[in-house]
Each structure stands twice: as C-alpha cells, then as structure tokens.
Design a protein around this ligand. Sequence first.
Ligand code: ZN
Ligand code: ZN
Length: 200
Amino acid sequence: QCLLTYLGYDPGGIDGLDGQKTRQAIRDFQTAENLGVDGVAGEQTAIRLKDAVWQDRFAKDNIVPSSGQPPDLPDWWSKYKWFAPSEFRCPCGKCGGGIEKMHEGIVAEANALREYLGVPIVIVPPDGHSGGSGYRCQSYNDSLAGSVKNSRHVQGKAVDIITRGVPDEKVEARLAQRKAAGKIRYWYRISPGAHHMDIE
Ligand SMILES: [Zn+2]
Ligand SMILES: [Zn+2]
C-alpha cells in the first residue's frame, strides 16, 4: 500500500488491509505495467513494484502519451518481469510512445542484463530527456544531436541503458560477452553509467 500510494495509485489509505480499493489499485498498477491483472500482489507484481519505486515510474508517467488508449501489445511482454512496456516509450510526447514497435530481442537483452546486474536499470528516465532511450520516432531521433537517421532506436531494436551503482567494467564485460554470443549486434559507452546496445 505504501509503495502504491508513493507511485500515485490510490489504495485507499495505508491500513494494511487488503480491501477493495487496494485490489483496484493493484489492478491499475498491473494494467499499467502490462502484467496479468488479478488484483493480487503476487511475486511478479511485487518485483515490478520495487523496480517502479526505484525508477520513479509514477502512475502519471505510466501511460502512453497522447494516444488515448494503450496499444495492444503482444503476449511476450509478460515474460520479461523487470520491465514495463512504458519504460521503452519515445519521450517526444507527440507520437504516442511507439512501444508496440519494440522488438522482443532487445527487450529480452535488457531484461537479462537487469537480472545479471541485480540492480534496476533505467531506460527512459521520468523527465524523458536525460540519457536513456528506447523506441524513438523518426522526428524525435532526428532532433537529437549526433543521431544518425537510420538509428536502430527508430526500428525498435536498440536501448540506451542507465546503470547506477555498477562499475562500467562490469556492464561492459557482460555486453562484450553477449556480443560474442551473437545476442547483441553492437554496443558502446555513451558516458559513464550509460550504454547503447542494439540487435540485428
Ligand atoms: Zn516520438
Ligand atoms: Zn542508443
């Protein structure tokens, strides 16, 4: 209940009771995070709650901007317990977020890296414009200094990840290993604590 309240959901007072409002707040959270919706705070919901708090992924940010309705997303999203689809949205505020354009392979790699590092990873920060990147629509991509037109972000095949509290060497050893295994196509360090990675 504390965590739900902090994130801007309404569990109806922090009384430790599992009332109707609490179940509805859990349902709202599960819907926003593309989890199975049952109103019960099971293991996957609890995991996602902790990551959401760590990443300041508030209820108001957990919507797809301007599209009105969240897009119908393929079932494979539910396999990746560490990330909500909204974390990969284009932050321009005009294109509707484009998360339906994300490819499973890169979401799987981000999820596996989160699992491996054992600490939350930020893709698109709450303010949208301070480092991370998932999907980018063409016009947002082209507005970024130094971006290339045919960026894999525009294809939904790249993420820029922000890792705090992990040495870059550890992140990079892992990325090099995934590249050698043919799982990722290319990666580079953007700045300390921030890396780009993409898939074929
Ligand atoms: Zn956009
Ligand atoms: Zn990138």
